[in-house]
Design a protein around this ligand. Structure first.
Ligand SMILES: Cc1cc2nc3c(=O)[nH]c(=O)nc-3n(C[C@H](O)[C@H](O)[C@H](O)COP(=O)(O)O)c2cc1C
Length: 381
């Protein structure tokens, strides 16, 4: 996808080279337009170097004109979007290269506002934002948190990785999930052996967290129950758990408030009585393991006909289809994603999705974001 990236004069412009790098890594091409004030915060040399493309500067009569932008871009993103640019867009003012190109562009537009809380909360800015929202301009943020001046409040620009996910989500075709309540589990549970050791697995939780991000970006209310505190995000609710029983409790509590469950966490099949003191090398080596409960099968017994459950299974490529179909039936769930061990922590993933009629989707070597998008597609039916 070719992205027209507008950079305006806010302090968070310093994060934009990182955004461009992520977009390039994800296979997109980027042409940047910088406002005159953007140059105060990030240099043209940096932006031109990381985007591998010359900058269209503040002269609206410049060569790579606004009309070219309209023809050549798949999406128009403004990050950071200053209060000043937002006001211009709402008023239809086109007095610099960025606002002229914005007014000309007819494809999807995404703005990522960033400013001090007082500027953001000003009724004038709120009126402009409400107007752009109503006109269908997509918006990400701003979020609550620490601001560049040391104050804290709403006004932080979305982090570059989240902006990149929003762009990819639009590129893949945003699912309409507004009004949906989606519960997602992610990560790998761990069972304590003693105060310092655990029995765990190699799941990273990246796929579940990416499902949470895409679902929230597509308008759903998302609750992610994860074993990794690093999965927290301002766009969805997070509960952090450690063991299989903590995960089961958190999901059981949340399930009645949700219409769908994506059970991507890798749950320990066994648990054990944790010792109170650290085991020593001289202690007996045998661990007495007991099976954990089958969380997804248990949640399926409380499922209303409207609720949807997507489960996961992992096996060898040989016999994976039979395994997936038998798990789908015995656990009484709606969809199952069949994985092989090669997918654990991988950048590119190969998997199939089944429902009770058989295979409905097969993906070969797709990115984690595309994998999450394919899984969320099940919730549209
Ligand atoms: C140090 C400093 C930081 C600023 N940060 C922001 C900001 O984060 N968001 C914003 O809307 N304006 C910010 N401004 C004000 C804008 O730079 C100013 O409104 C400018 O006219 C924006 O021009 P542009 O929208 O054409 O880039 C800042 C100004 C200064 C001096």
């Amino acid at each position: 996808m070719h992205i027209i990236l507008g950079i305006s004069g806010g302090i968070s412009a310093y994060k934009i080279p990182e955004l461009i790098r992520i977009l390039k890594r994800d296979g997109h091409t980027v042409s940047a337009i910088m406002t005159e004030h953007a140059h105060e915060f990030v240099t043209e040399t940096t932006i031109a170097t990381v985007s591998e493309s010359p900058i269209n500067n503040s002269d609206p009569y410049n060569t790579a004109s606004h009309i070219n932008h309209e023809r050549q871009g798949d999406i128009f993103v403004v990050a950071p979007a200053t209060a000043n640019q937002i006001a211009k867009y709402y008023a239809g003012i086109a007095d610099d290269a960025l606002s002229t190109a914005f007014l000309t562009f007819t494809g999807p537009k995404l703005i990522c506002p960033a400013m001090h809380t007082q500027m953001w909360e000003n009724p004038i800015t709120q009126r402009n934002i409400a107007g752009l929202d109503a006109l269908g301009v997509k918006r990400l943020g701003p979020f609550d948190g620490e601001l560049a001046c040391g104050d804290s409040g709403q006004g932080r620009m979305a982090e570059p990785a989240l902006i990149a996910s929003a762009i990819t989500n639009i590129a893949l075709g945003e699912q309409q999930l507004s009004g949906r309540h989606i519960l997602i589990s992610a990560g790998g549970t761990s069972e304590r052996i003693d105060p310092v050791r655990t029995l765990t697995n190699r799941a990273t939780g990246t796929l579940g967290a990416t499902c949470a991000t895409l679902a929230a970006l597509s308008g759903a209310n998302v609750h992610l129950v994860t074993t990794d505190p690093g999965h927290q995000s301002p766009i969805y609710r997070t509960t952090v758990v450690e063991s299989a029983s903590e995960l089961a409790n958190a999901l059981q509590r949340a399930w009645p408030e949700n219409d769908s469950l994506i059970m991507s966490a890798a749950v320990s099949d066994f648990t054990l009585e944790a010792g109170e003191t650290k085991r020593r090398r001289s202690d007996a080596l045998a661990l007495e393991l007991t099976p954990t409960q089958d969380i997804v099968a248990e949640l399926a017994t409380h499922k209303t006909p409207e609720q949807v459950i997507i489960g996961f299974c992992l096996g060898d490529a040989d016999g994976l289809e039979e395994l997936a179909i038998s798990k789908l039936k015995t656990k009484k769930i709606d969809y199952i994603v069949a994985n092989t061990k090669e997918n654990i922590g991988a950048q590119a993933r190969t998997f199939s999705i089944y429902n009770k009629s058989g295979k409905i989707s097969e993906k070969l070597n797709v990115s984690v974001t595309e994998s999450a998008h394919a899984i969320l597609n099940c919730l549209r039916h």
